[in-house]
Design a protein around this ligand. Structure first.
Ligand SMILES: NC(=O)c1ccc[n+]([C@@H]2O[C@H](COP(=O)([O-])OP(=O)(O)OC[C@H]3O[C@@H](n4cnc5c(N)ncnc54)[C@H](O)[C@@H]3O)[C@@H](O)[C@H]2O)c1
Length: 261
C-alpha cells in the first residue's frame, strides 16, 4: 500500500481482536480501518476461507503480519483458544470489537426455538464469550477498549419479524452499560454502536426487497444508505485514545433514520 505504516515502531501498535471480521460488511471495514490506524489486528470469523484471504491481503498491503483465526463466537472454549493464540502472537490484547451477528426474520408467533436460540447465541452470548475472557487479559495489560456492534433494531419496530434480533441487540446495550461500569476502574472503556441499514449484498437474502426500495429517499436524511466504512470509522474512533472520556455509551449511525437527539 506504500502508506508508510510499516515504518512506524511496532511497539507503538496496539492489538485488536475483531469478531466476524472477514465478512463483506461492517466487520471487515472495521478491520481495515483499525489496520490503517496502526493496530495489529487478530481477524476472527466463522468463515475460514475469508479469514485467511483477508489476513493475507492486509499482510501484503501493509507489509506487516495480520493474524487470521477461524472462530465461531458461540463456542466459549474456541474463543479461549483464539485468545491464547493472540496472546502468543503479540503478548496481549488492547481492543475488542464484537461484530458477529446473525438474523432470521420470523413473526414472533411463528418463530422457531432454533431461530430464537441461534440469534441470542451469536449476537448476545457471543459478545459475552469474548468479553468474559478478554477483559481479564486487558486488566492484566493495564487497560483497553471494547466496541460492541448493536443495531437500531434494539429500539425500533419498523423491521418486522425480528423479535429475537431486537432482543439480542438490546441485550448487547445492557451488557455494554454494565461492563463499562464494572471495568472502568481498570482503565477499560466499553461502548456500543447501533447502525441503521448498512448495505451489503448478503442483506438481500435476509430482508424482503420492499425493505430496500426507496430507503435512501424515504427514510435516510442524507440521501443514501449506510456503508460499512461509516461504521468502521466510528468504531476505530471509539477504540482509540481520542475517545478516552467516552464509556458506557451507544452511538447510533443511521443517516438520521432513527435519531436520538
Ligand atoms: N448490515 C446492517 O445493516 C447492520 C445494521 C445494524 C447492525 N448490524 C450488525 O453489524 C454486524 C456486522 O453485520 P454486517 O451485516 O455488516 O455483516 P458482515 O459481513 O460484517 O458480517 C457477517 C460475518 O459474520 C460472520 N459470522 C456469522 N456468524 C458468526 C459466528 N457465530 N461467529 C463468528 N462469525 C460469524 C460471517 O461469517 C460473516 O463473515 C452484525 O453484528 C450485525 O448484526 C448490521
Amino acid at each position: 500500500m506504500g502508506n508508510g505504516v510499516s515504518a512506524l515502531d511496532p511497539a507503538a501498535r496496539r492489538v485488536a481482536f475483531v469478531t466476524a471480521g472477514a465478512g463483506a460488511g461492517i466487520g471487515s471495514a472495521i478491520v481495515r480501518e483499525l489496520a490503517s490506524e496502526n493496530w495489529d489486528v487478530v481477524i476472527t470469523d466463522a468463515h475460514e476461507r475469508r479469514v485467511g484471504e483477508l489476513a493475507s491481503e492486509l499482510s501484503a498491503a501493509f507489509d506487516r503480519e495480520f493474524l487470521g483465526i477461524h472462530l465461531d463466537v458461540t463456542d466459549y472454549d474456541a474463543v479461549g483458544r483464539a485468545i491464547a493464540v493472540a496472546i502468543e502472537w503479540r503478548g496481549g490484547i488492547d481492543g475488542l470489537v464484537n461484530s458477529a451477528g446473525w438474523n432470521k426474520l420470523e413473526p414472533l408467533i411463528e418463530m422457531s426455538r432454533e431461530t430464537w436460540q441461534r440469534t441470542l447465541d451469536v449476537d448476545l452470548t457471543g459478545s459475552f464469550n469474548c468479553m468474559r475472557q478478554i477483559l481479564p487479559v486487558m486488566i492484566n495489560r493495564g487497560g483497553g477498549s471494547v466496541v460492541n456492534i448493536s443495531s437500531i433494531a434494539a429500539w425500533e419496530t419498523s423491521t418486522e419479524h425480528g423479535a429475537a434480533y431486537s432482543a439480542a441487540k438490546a441485550g448487547v446495550l445492557a451488557l455494554t452499560r454494565v461492563a463499562a461500569a464494572e471495568v472502568g476502574q481498570y482503565g477499560i472503556r466499553v461502548n456500543a454502536i447501533a447502525p441503521g441499514l448498512i448495505f451489503n449484498d448478503f442483506l438481500t437474502k435476509v430482508y424482503p426487497q420492499e425493505f430496500f426500495d426507496g430507503y435512501a429517499e424515504r427514510r435516510s436524511r442524507v440521501g443514501r444508505v449506510g456503508r460499512p466504512e461509516d461504521v468502521g470509522a466510528l468504531a476505530a474512533f471509539l477504540m482509540g485514545e481520542k475517545a478516552g472520556y467516552i464509556t458506557g455509551e451507544v452511538y447510533g449511525i443511521s443517516g438520521g433514520v432513527l435519531p436520538n437527539a
